[in-house]
Design a protein around this ligand. Structure first.
Ligand code: ASP
Length: 610
């Protein structure tokens, strides 16, 4: 059931309105009703005025006849687009041949005898009735008008339905819905915090939480073994298309569970949500599970879009040892030579191939070699100087290419090859229309490394979350070879987006302390950073784990939009401004003084300019 099809909820006989604008059918014929709504469209035919009256639930045609209701006709005559009206009248079947099959209320109209203008409206800066391509900043400034448009309203309603399903599902399973504070302590690890100055404690600052991670774990120590929260989380990041300052996550923590319990819980919740709220088809159930290493090997990324193939293949055995330096050197240096086989584009022009080369170079690769297996069986390749035609053909065929395909080869360090070919694969998936748009492909990524190398310090840092437990057979590696330790982290990826992730936690103080030691923390630094967690864990911490699922992302995927702003009631623009309310903005000198803050001059200037 889509949100629009839910029964309209106005059951009480409210004096202001008896029904919604989406509710009336032939079965209501002859009933006297009162509707409230906005003028969606108005057609004045002299003696007769037709108005499409709109509210959240739909549109009803109302008809005002000058002879039957002269006062109502006059009021309706003054109404313009987006005026708010209250209309009273009688439901009747539309005249023969004028029913509108596109409208749920299209069989009826309302013969109106009273019209009251509840509010006038200026001409809106863009049309509410149609899809509009007016500049997004205008739409964001008037977000309340944009939200009157059906497409946006339906996306926002879809989000609501998703949240309702989540809540009901978890309430039924004994989860406590708890609120953790939004004024917390700043932690230097992770992303940059948004901070809030303390008036009462000069020079001290709260931070807005990046996630309720530590608090939900402490809730487990408190014995409340099932917790969830629709948690707002904040990160002061540089903005990119898929990054925003604030997002909502379904935050879950459970005690006495292992990975399987959490994957099952989320998988069945998501199957339920998709079953009820989406007409998209699921690619594979149960959701496939792929190890991190396998995801990187096959797709070049740990967020694979598995709605299409084009998997990365190792071509090193076929193309090294022939004197082509770029390939040989890569392998000698511990790197790889891998390829993606692009179907049907052997005939790409030089310019088209060079556009693909640009893509891999922008993602860090030195270059890209190609082998085109032409339709007539001949070969076209810049590698011709180093390889005879038969070996090129064999290499292409071993890579899985058929006639008409273009083999795109990249050599280099494993991370670079993965990044470049992963990006190229995704580009080709879209460009060659290999993705079925109504498909939903969820996949679990498991067995992540516990640590990764920090690019700045060269030492170890956590790969996802410092509270994550090592895999059962990796505890020893914490002492012998931490770089090889795997973790109990899991991510859920949907259509190539990371839509959730979590882990079973290191619940013994000794293990958590060791993880911080591996990351190079001194004992005082450990105590300062997580002393409170270590102490809590000495008082009987149950084994526990959890997950956080992105609500915005899920709504975006199920709603079939590529834009997070579409599923957010009041989104910021791409520069992080709230154009509706005008945030961020400067503070008055008095407010600054009270907060013990002084703004440096150059910032004052740019703040007032912004
Ligand atoms: N705290 C993690 C996050 O916000 C999720 C988790 O491990 O539960 O991404």
């Amino acid at each position: 059931m889509t949100p629009a099809e839910r029964p309209a909820p106005l059951r009480a006989n409210w004096p202001q309105r008896t029904h919604t604008c989406g509710e009336l059918r032939l079965s209501h014929a002859a009933q006297a009703v009162t509707l409230n709504g906005w003028v969606h469209r108005r057609r004045d035919q002299g003696g007769l005025i037709f108005i499409d009256l709109r509210d959240r639930y739909g549109i009803t045609q109302i008809v005002i006849n000058r002879d039957e209701a002269p006062e109502a006709h006059e009021a309706a005559g003054s109404a313009r687009s987006e005026y708010v009206l209250s209309v009273g009248g009688q439901v009747r079947a539309r005249p023969e041949g004028t029913a509108n099959p596109d409208l749920a209320t299209g069989d009826i109209e309302l013969g109106v005898h009273t019209v009251t203008v509840l509010a006038e409206s200026k001409a809106p800066p863009f049309e509410i009735t149609a899809e509009t391509n007016v500049d997004e900043s205008v739409r964001l400034r008037h977000r309340y008008l944009d939200l009157r448009r059906r497409r946006l309203r339906e996306l926002i309603e879809l989000r609501h339905e998703i949240v309702r399903e989540m809540r009901e599902y978890l309430w039924e399973r004994s989860f406590l819905e708890l609120e953790t504070p939004t004024l917390v302590r700043s932690t230097p690890e992770g992303s940059r915090d948004f901070v809030v100055p303390s008036r009462l404690h000069p020079g001290n600052f709260y931070a807005l939480p990046q996630s309720p991670q530590q608090m939900k774990q402490l809730i487990m120590v408190a014995g409340m073994d099932r917790y969830f929260q629709l948690a707002r989380c904040y990160r002061d990041e540089d903005l990119r298309a898929d990054r925003v300052f604030e997002h909502t996550q379904l935050d879950i923590e459970m005690a006495f569970v292992d990975r399987e319990d959490i994957l099952q819980l989320i998988e069945s919740l998501y199957l339920q949500i998709v079953g009820k709220l989406s007409s998209q088809t699921l690619a594979e159930v149960p959701f496939p599970r792929i190890s991190y290493a396998e995801a990187i090997r096959r797709f070049g990324t740990d967020k694979p879009d598995v709605r299409f193939g084009l998997e990365l293949v190792d071509v090193a055995p076929d193309v090294t040892g022939r004197g082509f330096r770029a390939f040989d050197d890569a392998v000698d240096d511990g790197g790889q030579v891998k390829a993606v086989v692009a179907p049907g584009i052997a005939g790409y022009s030089r310019r088209e191939v060079s556009a693909l080369q640009d893509i891999v170079q922008e993602s860090g690769a030195a270059g890209m070699a190609t082998i085109a297996l032409n339709d007539d069986g001949s070969i076209r390749s810049p590698l011709g100087r180093f390889f005879d035609e038969d070996s090129l053909r064999a290499a292409a065929q071993n890579a899985g290419a058929s006639r008409g395909d273009l083999v795109c080869i990249v050599a280099g360090a494993p991370e670079i090859v993965a990044e470049a070919l992963g990006t190229l694969r995704l580009h080709l998936g879209h460009a060659l229309d290999l993705i079925q748009p109504d498909q939903l492909a969820f996949v679990w990524i498991i067995d992540f490394p516990l640590f990764e190398i920090d690019k700045e310090s060269g030492g170890y840092t956590f790969s996802h979350n410092p509270f994550c437990s090592p895999a059962d057979d990796s505890f020893g590696l914490l002492y012998s070879d931490p770089g090889r330790a795997l973790s109990k982290q899991y991510d859920l990826v949907g259509n190539g987006h990371e839509i959730g992730g979590g882990s079973i936690r290191a619940h013994r103080a000794k293990d958590l302390r060791r993880i911080y030691q591996v990351m190079g923390y001194s004992e005082p630094e450990i105590d300062d950073s997580i002393g409170h967690m270590l102490e809590a864990f000495t008082y009987g911490a149950p084994p526990h784990g959890g997950i956080a699922m992105g609500v915005d992302r899920l709504a975006m995927i199920l709603g079939g939009t590529e834009n997070l702003r579409d599923v957010t009631v009041f989104p910021k623009n791409q520069a992080g401004f709230d154009l509706t309310l005008g945030a961020p903005g400067p503070l008055l000198p008095d407010q600054l003084a009270e907060l013990h803050l002084r703004v440096r001059e150059e910032q004052e200037e740019s703040a007032s300019a912004g």
